[in-house]
Design a protein around this ligand. Structure first.
Ligand SMILES: Nc1ncnc2c1ncn2[C@@H]1O[C@H](COP(=O)(O)OP(=O)(O)OP(=O)(O)O)[C@@H](O)[C@H]1O
Ligand SMILES: [Mg+2]
Length: 254
């Protein structure tokens, strides 16, 4: 079972774009991946055409009413199974923040003997809250998109500090990969961000694959498609395919 959480507490760095196209790239390999949308904005659910009209049909009911995940899961045209989000999810933090063992609830469900077979990719919101902690505690790999600008680089350092602070709880170093997004080799800023990232982080934690700036990646959500269905020969499709191959090679996708 491979569980990958896509997280960065900085907004707009390419988390949903990465979760969406990673799931689609895994489906392209003939597997049936499961996407879990933990962001109340529900962008991932929307692009896959799997919006939940009622909070009860979303992961909200998994957290609040203990509804099994496979009850709310839907199969999409991309061949991806999606457990959709709903705006009500924004209340989970204040409702359940103090409950016992709340941060391991998703981990327990995904690792139960009768759990849906993976691979699983979790999209998160840009906050360190109960929902994103559920993703962090559940995952085998934390994938941290970092867009090629200096503020995003600062965000990556903050993620690294937070993960290091959690290390005594995990009793191990949580495997992580920082993924550069919106990379443009012609821009000096992109090259500088790469250099500084290699200095600030362990180089082996930085993905060799870089997701290039791509109009097709930006455009595909507006027509509710992943990049493989929208523009299969675009840079965006090639880069996310390369990312899956890298993750397969590193043993994070079976
Ligand atoms: N490689 C790319 N090339 C061009 N545009 C991109 C690329 N990756 C992401 N974008 C665009 O950047 C914007 C932010 O991306 P995305 O929604 O994936 O970020 P996010 O981290 O999920 O944001 P949030 O924190 O709000 O959830 C979107 O408009 C998306 O289309
Ligand atoms: Mg998002």
């Amino acid at each position: 079972m491979s569980i990958i959480a896509v997280f960065n507490q900085k907004g707009g760095v390419g988390k949903t774009t990465t979760a969406l196209n990673l799931l689609a790239a895994i489906a392209q390999r003939g597997q049936r991946p499961v996407g879990i949308d933990l962001d109340p904005q529900a962008h991932l659910s929307h692009v896959f055409g799997a919006q939940a009209k009622l909070a009860d049909d979303s992961v909200y009911s998994f957290f609040v009413r203990q509804r099994p995940l496979d009850d709310i899961a839907r199969i999409t045209k991309s061949g991806v199974v999606v457990c959709p989000a709903h705006l009500e999810l924004a209340k989970v933090d204040s409702m359940l923040g103090k409950s016992v063992n709340i941060v391991t609830r998703l981990r327990q469900a995904l690792r139960a003997p009768d759990a849906m077979p993976g691979p699983v990719v979790i999209d998160t919101c840009p906050l360190f809250n109960v929902l994103s902690l559920n993703a962090v505690f559940a995952c085998d790999l934390l994938l941290v998109p970092v867009s090629c600008d200096f503020l995003a680089l600062r965000g990556a350092r903050e993620v690294e500090r937070a993960l290091n602070a959690l290390e005594p709880v995990f009793r191990q170093r949580l495997p992580r990969r920082y993924l550069l997004t919106r990379y443009d080799a012609r821009r000096r800023m992109s090259r500088q961000v790469v250099e500084q990232m290699m200095e600030a982080l362990r180089p082996e934690d930085v993905c060799a694959t870089r997701i290039r700036e791509s109009v097709m990646l930006a455009e595909s959500p507006s027509v509710e498609l992943d990049v493989f269905r929208h523009a299969p020969s675009s840079h965006g499709a090639l880069d996310y395919q390369a990312l899956v191959e890298e993750l397969v090679g590193a043993g994070f996708v079976e």
